[in-house]
Design a protein around this ligand. Structure first.
Ligand code: ZN
Length: 213
């Protein structure tokens, strides 16, 4: 996480803004295939895993995709990441209203990893349009998707939060829906001092690490 700031655009509702980066340092691409519209228009989501033999394995994931919702006219995977702010006693807790994620090969992270394509495979346009009844989103090995602090909903409302030190945690796949090489590197935390409408970084946290051998 980076670029922490407090946005005072909405009177009486200061917003802690921050940039998060979702990284794939796994053994294969992270691919979500939305299909089969259900009653409310959501798509069911399968995770597609490339097997070592080259075949594609589809596993129902528990995730849904939904259209728009944040003013963007594309599909989003619901709650791929969650953001939470809490004090050390865990008596005060705020969560972000950001629920929608359209993910793709946005920024190269480590293109020397085995299997990393040297140019983007998954594109923002793959998040589709209203007319689509199936959508495939993904992040290739070695690539990352960056959620800029300025994006709609990329904040936590900190109205009436007392001054103090807080822990901000970003967690990918908090529900454990996705099959991954390991689950231990899915979250990152930063320690922030928040006083009124100022924020200073006590500890910006570290980036995800590779799975333990
Ligand atoms: Zn969007």
């Amino acid at each position: 996480m980076r670029r922490f700031s407090i946005d005072t655009t909405v009177t009486g509702h200061p917003r802690l803004r921050f940039t998060t980066v979702l990284i794939n340092i796994g053994a294969g691409p992270m691919v979500a295939y939305g299909h089969s519209p259900v009653g409310n228009g959501d798509l069911l989501v399968d995770q597609q895993i490339a097997t070592s033999g080259g075949a594609l394995m589809s596993i129902p994931s528990g995730f849904h995709m939904y259209f728009a919702g944040d003013g963007h006219h594309h599909w989003h995977l619901r709650d791929l990441e969650t953001y939470q702010l809490q004090n050390s006693a865990a008596t005060l807790k705020r969560i972000s209203d950001k629920h929608g994620f359209c993910f793709f090969d946005d920024v190269g992270f480590n293109l020397t990893l085995p299997g990393a394509p040297q140019s983007p495979v998954h594109q923002k346009a793959d998040c589709g349009t209203a007319a689509d009844t199936s959508v495939t989103m993904g992040i290739s090995v070695g690539w990352s998707d960056r959620y800029d602090a300025k994006l709609p909903d990329q904040y936590i409302d900190i109205s009436d939060l007392p001054a103090g030190e807080y822990t901000l945690t970003a967690t990918a796949d908090a529900q454990g829906y996705l099959q991954e090489r390991c689950e231990g590197n899915n979250s990152t935390t930063a320690i922030l001092q928040i006083t009124g409408t100022t924020v200073s970084v006590v500890d910006r946290g570290k980036a995800s690490e590779a799975c333990a051998a």
